[in-house]
Design a protein around this ligand. Sequence first.
Ligand code: LLP
Length: 418
Amino acid sequence: MSFHAYLHDRLHVGQIALEDLANRYGTPLYVYSRPAIEQQWRNFHDAFGARNHLICYAVKANSNLSLLACLARLGSGFDIVSGGELERVLTAGGDPKKIVFSGVGKTEAEITSALKAGIRCLNCESLPELRRIDTVASGLGVKAPIALRINPDVDAETHPYIATGLQQNKFGIAWEDAVDAYEQALKLPNIEITGIACHIGSQITTLSPYIDSIKLLNTLIPKLAQEGIKLRDIDLGGGLGIRYSNEEPPAPTELARIVRNNLTDDSACVIIEPGRSIVGNAGWLITKVQYLKHTKLKNFAIVDAAMNDLLRPALYSSWHDILPLTQHADVTERLYDVVGPVCESGDFLGRERRLALRDNDYLAIASAGAYGFSMSSNYNSRPRAAEILIDGDQARLIRKREVLSELLSGEMPIEIDS
Ligand code: LLP
């Protein structure tokens, strides 16, 4: 689904011409559409209808406080993976009872703050982690609610860096060991078993891996029941893909349908942890052409956004649509590599794109709402971009552009003797 459109040759999101934002706030600039984000969240929520369910937005996809606050207001839960994300969700007004905490490496401090906040559940990924959670809970005099994250050894058919449900991945407890692990958990005095979890990867564009993992859960859940373990939550993870170019990912309604048709347990709360599919197509990275450079082999559009702003093309060879903010009928199209100023050949945003460009033109990199800003860095000592939230005819600055003094502020230069 795309949430942008040209109106009189100018690219708009809602009622706002993106060029006006670029002129006002400078570039690189992340822009998000609040209605688009909320609509995507509601699509998930409505898809599960009367089924006991909880949509826990995966904060890592985009953790801007304003976005989290919009989702919290809709009643969203949150999937977090660090103490930092916990802090963000609480600051944004998220309900602790709707927070699930995933991740293979939770520290003592992170477990402590999660238990103190009273979150819904820690998705535990190993026996050593389970023992650590028990110890921390004992110190606090509480029982820790946990789900065990099961690794179903299912191929999510996605980029290898973002597949998580295969045996060779670091995630979860191997499904063959699951019943044993639950037995261990039963013996720990400060652990309260509340659920089972299974996230298999990201940018998943077919339903079959989900069906496979649901079938596996169907075999495990009755075995746990025999041990006297009744599960409140069944967490199927996130991972539903989006359209970057011509992918045709299943809609939330289709995911809900396969859950309805395949999951034997029909009373537990089904948790879904979508990140990308809520914010991905609701965000754009706006950048300005600095130079058009023509060589014998290639044309380069050198822009002011780079791999530090949007790492996905460099890291996963991912494809994002690139659109001019203003269309020119009078400029000849050429094939451009759209590249950033960072000193690496991997610093590209798109390759071989047919564009009609002039100096100083602005471009929008589409589908940049997920894993865009949240994966950005200060590489090459580049301050991170500003962020804008569009809501109808309003555009609000939701994060200031970083300034160089902030980049230097934590450093403590030593005195160098000459
Ligand atoms: N739940 C867990 C436990 C996860 O690890 C993830 C993503 C999600 C939910 C949300 O998945 P989503 O619905 O967004 O696909 N940086 C990569 C994606 C990494 C995903 C990591 N885990 C990218 O830019 O494609």
